[in-house]
Design a protein around this ligand. Sequence first.
Ligand code: XLS
Ligand code: NI
Ligand code: NI
Length: 436
Amino acid sequence: MKSYFPEVKKIKYEGADSKNPLSFKHYNPKQKLLGKTMAEHFRFAVCYWHTFKGLGTDPFGGPTMLRDYNTSNDPMTIAEQTMDAAFEFFTKLGVGFWCFHDRDIAPEANTLAETNKRLDKIAKHAKKLQNDTGIKLLWGTTNAFSHRRFMSGAGTNPSPQVFAYAASQIKKAMEITKYLGGAGYVFWGGREGYETLLNTDMKRELDHLAALLQMAVDYKKKLRFRGQFYIEPKPKEPTKHQYDFDAGTCLAFLQKYDLLKHFKLNIEANHASLAGHSFQHELQFCADNGILGSIDANRGDLFLGWDTDQFPTDLYDTTLAMYILLKDGGFTTGGLNFDAKLRRQSTDPVDLFYAHIGGMDAFARGLKNAAKMIKNKRFEKAVNARYAGWNRTLGKKIENGKVGFEKLEAYTLKNGEPKITSGRQEMLENILNEYI
Ligand code: XLS
Ligand code: NI
Ligand code: NI
């Protein structure tokens, strides 16, 4: 088979002293920490859309990245060659998983029936490559946002005909995901949101979105697809108000429409920051509510207000994310998907390797740091000490509902001014630096 990355051999772990940029310095898939290998902890996945279909375009210019697999005049030849290149890349990088949108792997044809035929053909090819390489599908999803028919949303579109089209597309994407043994299926509400209330019935749109998800739940049962469903929050872009704003908004939506038992969340770092939250905040919120499912790893830019989807390199972020994930028990069906893209000027195929190696090493360092933080219990002890009052008489009575306003007033009148205790933030930040 033709090689699309001939200059790269299988990436190996060479240790922190290696000067080889095409090696892992920290990600050692076989190294065990807290009872699991690094590979088991992360379940790393490569995304198909940015990595193989994103070629450096931005609103001001076309592709900058020329790829050998992208040169044919026939769209299905391109699709097959891209799939070959993708599996060569996954294998050389040494990840266990991949993720895709239906429209990433096979281009749309003139009718839905023709498009579905193309999908079947390419899925067959993908299945063979999965079998040959042992690489698995972390999750599949639907692109119901790029085509012009979806300009006003998919499930939240004012037109029931567009709703029907979206439903048909999701049905097929779920079937393909099941066929490829996907461990999950993601719903990212591409254009589920609005620009102006002058033309929008928000309540009705949200009812429709819930109806679409309920249909997906029903069909999942019928299909006997056992993968986990995820919703991926994002506050804005492409629309001004996206309905899946953040983890809290998604939780309320799922509760309101009685869908909570069928979904977990897929938390993306850059979406968290767009919502005005830290990545860690969103992860902790999910952990606290039992809905932490999977992660889209990337990062934004402090000075840019959109989803820049850069590769993660910040060790504070990776350390704190892994700390929360480990304390939550780690991934089950989920994994760590690099929903990240090369910068427009990183034009060479080899740049894809540098980017992913950097992300995997940054997370490996985060994992090692977090494992130490968990073993040493310094933060755990500090938090426990801060809340210790809740384990004593007064705190217990409040937590157990044994007292009300009158008894608390009597207590306060008797005991006077509460004792003030320092939060010790700077000291704790200094301790965190000892681990980084
Ligand atoms: C876009 C989203 C998208 C989802 C999958 O901002 O991150 O890539 O992960 O549809
Ligand atoms: Ni994403
Ligand atoms: Ni994104």
